[in-house]
Ligand binder design. Sequence first.
Ligand code: FES
Length: 103
Amino acid sequence: MFFKKPKFELEVFFLNQKKTLVFYKSTNLLKLLIKHKIPINYSCDGNATCGTCKVEVLSSLDKLKPRNSLEKELANDREFKSNERLACQIQAHDRLKIKIQND
Ligand code: FES
């Protein structure tokens, strides 16, 4: 019997562009962006210490898990808004919409 894999789509806004990324299983957001060659900084290789992978979540924020202790500490230090998250610390999911600040 053949089961069709679920298809997930994520919209990303960056450098005045918009792209829809298609993926088939829940995955780390930073890894997904890198895989699709979306320009994003990540100076600490996903260790939640640099803050350069910060993204703005435009929709489906409620579907993300709350910040873990590492992300919470960095977000508090840098006064992140509630919809600003570290791409290296969250899972991409269907219908997530994000914006990358590339400046
Ligand atoms: S890559 Fe450094 S905080 Fe995410």
